[in-house]
Design a protein around this ligand. Structure first.
Ligand SMILES: [Zn+2]
Length: 308
């Protein structure tokens, strides 16, 4: 390292350390600055988010940070949440629709420890930010709310092209021919498109995204939604977004309509939630202690709200 660059390196580090100390001094006893991630990282993530909103569906690369949890457990979503949340916000965290699953409980605890002043809720209607894995809440979201989705695989083209450089060119040229062929092959083999989760969806007539592992049931909720959807893939280091009131269209052929899960039983009737009786919600199949299959709303807050 030359003397000039060594000097610059030292100055940069001193400035950084001074700022870190200053930030730490303003914190309370939990030992971390607000939101755990340092301010530079948050700023970079917010810049990436702005770019993602400006180019709907475009996968913006970012320097995903190490978090005190394993990659694959929602670090991408968590980094977005921690970068946008502020004192006075109300956060809800769900995993597969439930507020009580391990992933959701642990993320909520982590936010409670590192973000003083942020309110936590289990009610969809009260939340200003909802971090989610695998579901979009049943209760229609309203303008002003932000949905942060945890994403394992951000690129829908990965099933047809292994090389990321080539995938980038394909996205840039809006070349989704091979994805269409994959869907067509499904039709030929199985008489229907067999993708149940991560259904490729075109955003604003251009980029095709992987809408994270939400079921097909939730895909139509993305279209012209009043809500800002932010997608974070921590392991893959990508952020993308669907801004409010943006047209999103699942890829389908003109003569074969897009179909969501219908939960029809052997008698041709729509199954109901065994707890609240709802026949409109997305159902989880569970096994009763008697061995019999039962169905329950995957969205715990919706199920509770139907009972009150
Ligand atoms: Zn229910």
């Amino acid at each position: 390292m030359g003397s000039a660059s060594a000097y610059s390196f030292c100055v940069t580090n001193c400035v950084y350390l001074l700022m870190s100390t200053e930030t730490l001094n303003t914190t309370q006893n939990y030992g971390y600055q607000f939101g755990f991630i340092d301010e530079y990282a948050k700023k970079e993530i917010r810049r990436s988010l702005l770019k993602a909103v400006a180019i709907p569906g475009y996968q913006v690369p970012y320097a995903s940070r190490e978090m005190p949890m394993a990659r694959g457990f929602g670090t991408g979503g968590l980094q977005i949440t921690l970068s946008i949340v502020g004192a006075g916000d109300t956060l809800k965290v769900i995993d597969q629709g439930s507020d009580e699953s391990v992933n959701a409980v642990n993320i909520r605890k982590f936010v409670a420890q590192t973000c003083p002043g942020v309110n936590l809720t289990k009610k969809t209607v009260e939340a200003s930010i909802i971090q989610t894995r695998h579901r979009i809440p049943e209760i229609p979201l309203k303008k002003g709310q932000i949905l942060v989705l945890q994403v394992p695989y951000p690129d829908p083209l990965i099933v047809v092209e292994a090389n990321e450089e080539k995938r980038k060119i394909m996205h840039g040229e809006k070349d989704y021919a091979r994805l269409w062929v994959k869907l067509y092959e499904d039709m030929v083999k199985f008489k229907e498109i067999t993708i149940s989760h991560r259904y490729p969806t075109c955003v604003n007539h251009y980029y095709v995204i992987d809408p994270s592992p939400i079921p097909r049931f939730d895909v139509p909720k993305l279209n012209n939604s009043p809500v800002l959807h932010l997608f974070g893939a921590g392991r893959e280091k990508k952020i993308y977004a669907i801004p409010p009131y943006t047209q999103t269209t699942p890829l389908t052929f003109l003569d074969i309509g897009f179909r969501v899960e219908d939960f029809i039983d052997e008698n041709g009737e729509r199954r109901a939630c065994s707890r609240c009786g709802s026949i409109d919600s997305y159902l989880d199949e569970l096994q009763h202690k008697t061995g019999e299959k039962i169905y329950q709303c995957s969205d715990s807050d919706y199920c509770n709200s139907q009972l009150t």
